[in-house]
Design a protein around this ligand. Structure first.
Ligand SMILES: *[C@@H]1O[C@H](CO)[C@@H](O)[C@H](O)[C@H]1NC(C)=O
Ligand SMILES: *[C@@H]1O[C@H](CO)[C@@H](O)[C@H](O)[C@H]1NC(C)=O
Ligand SMILES: *[C@@H]1O[C@H](CO)[C@@H](O)[C@H](O)[C@H]1NC(C)=O
Length: 191
């Protein structure tokens, strides 16, 4: 008896360990994959150029203020105003130029001392092979500076694993309405 008990316990422990290993294998949380298993061959660098139309006025605005703080109106930088956008992206600067995509998301004034906004949005492309692919932007847009740089933090479709940056330059601002056309140069690494 004194000898069989430890033996039985050893058998139970062995079985337990074995079942744990089997269990871990059938529910594997992570594993390493070769790049080619997802068809990722060589990383490419693409340059995209388009115009962003921020239409705040008229009957069909594409940028609408959805929220603000009680103190926004008295803030010199409009701190707290929040705008939802679905802005057209076009090949040329004219409003009726060919649409290559849309900028969908939010921008909001997040700086107490400077006229700067945080951009949290996706470029949703519709042009050619890019149709359905997106790029995600998360960055600071210091509106008063001539060229603003914002990081591209990811993408989908053709832009899976994307990273890069966007350079924004105001092309035209209608000071009476606030409507703006912004030229974008986007440099993005992807596969
Ligand atoms: C801020 O100004 C806007 C536009 O002038 C006005 O519609 C709104 O009621 C004001 N909000 C506050 C909290 O005073
Ligand atoms: C983009 O893809 C959608 C959905 O597949 C399709 O309906 C649309 O016609 C395409 N647009 C262009 C410009 O190819
Ligand atoms: C600004 O927009 C208004 C209203 O659409 C328009 O009448 C005016 O001509 C525009 N100003 C400029 C400089 O384009």
């Amino acid at each position: 008896m004194a000898q069989t008990l430890p033996k039985t316990m050893l058998t139970i422990l062995t079985l337990l360990l074995f079942s744990l290993i089997v269990h871990a294998q059938s529910h594997q949380f992570s594993r390493k994959l070769p790049h080619k298993s997802l068809g990722l061959m060589k990383e490419k660098l693409s340059h995209l150029h388009f115009y962003f139309h921020d239409i705040v006025s008229g009957k069909h605005p594409t940028a609408v203020r959805i929220a603000q703080a009680a103190t926004t109106n008295t803030s010199s930088t409009g701190f707290g105003f929040t705008v939802m956008i679905d802005d057209p992206l076009t090949v040329g600067p004219e409003r009726n130029s060919k649409i290559v995509g849309r900028a969908q998301g939010i921008y909001a004034a997040d700086d107490l001392n400077e006229l700067s906004i945080i951009m949290v949005l996706n470029y949703v492309f519709v042009e050619g092979k890019y149709n359905g692919s997106t790029l995600s932007i998360l960055g600071r847009n210091l509106v008063t500076s001539k060229v603003r740089e914002m990081p591209i933090v990811g993408g989908s479709g053709l832009f899976r694993f994307a990273r890069g940056y966007a350079l924004a330059k105001t092309h035209f601002l209608n000071v009476s309405t606030g409507d703006a056309v912004v030229e974008y140069n986007v440099y993005v690494l992807h596969y």
